[in-house]
Design a protein around this ligand. Sequence first.
Ligand SMILES: [Zn+2]
Length: 317
Amino acid sequence: MGVKVKKVKDKKTQEEVTVEDCEGGYDGEYVCHVNGCDAYMSFVHSYEQRRLERVITVPSFFKLKQNHKHSYKFCPYNTEGAVEVIARDSDPDVLRSLDDNKYEFSLQILHKPERSETTTEPRDGSIEYPSKKRLKGKTYTRKGTAPSYIKVLQQVLALRSELEEDNELASLIVLNYRGKKIKWDAFYFEEDQYISAYKLVENKKQKHPMCFQGVVSKLIPPTEKFKYWKIKLHSPYYELVDKVTPIPSIELVIADKELDPSEYTEGQRILAYGVVKTSVGEWVPPKERDKKEPKKIKFLNMSLWINHLEQIASLSP
Ligand SMILES: [Zn+2]
């Protein structure tokens, strides 16, 4: 459990050790690099994950040894402390403190904001978004959006993406959507869990927003028929054993004109948040086409509409 980190200290020498050192053969006993913490850490070497179209690499990292914890008092990697820091500055309507050091996070759907393009200073009451992804030479003001929500959302999701599992945040943050409790495993999905996201959306009328971690496989430019850019994520790998194999597929539809798709590249790990729309499509892979009984793929398509550029965040690889 705990946050994945890139450097530690050697327990004996107290010298800094990085993932590169360990990849180069360095071997020792490790503790957290934060002074006063000294939680026991272990090295996890980079490994490969097979995806539908290619193999991707999960880079090396250090993680907490089992049954060890970062110091609540001294260490920023302590999850409880990190949640407390987020809550301290957040709007209580978004992240509400409950008893027993727990918090309730109210999920919201981000709709397309009303937006006017101006070259003057924003007027009182309008919010200016500082963002490096903003297109050059233009100033936008947005009305009716929820900046306090977006801020907390990004902080919570960034923290979750650094953790190895849902459990730790689930014990600290309760998710709520319109008065209903949402489990973390019904909200946050990594590649291997995409299929359960599809099943959840397919079976339910009520659609709460969901979050997906994944790697960009393709950028698809707009066409005459479809006016938005799309970012496709890698699908998990499944062996084609049956006549028809269901495989989940995710694409992000970029409806926010401020978001410049060229900021994203193939192979980049990202986090995307939004409401999912589903559809299905059948496809026969080229190597199956000449066979008497070709094995087909049934794509379980999920489209995530990106109405605010803040719905996508880049992650370290
Ligand atoms: Zn620590």
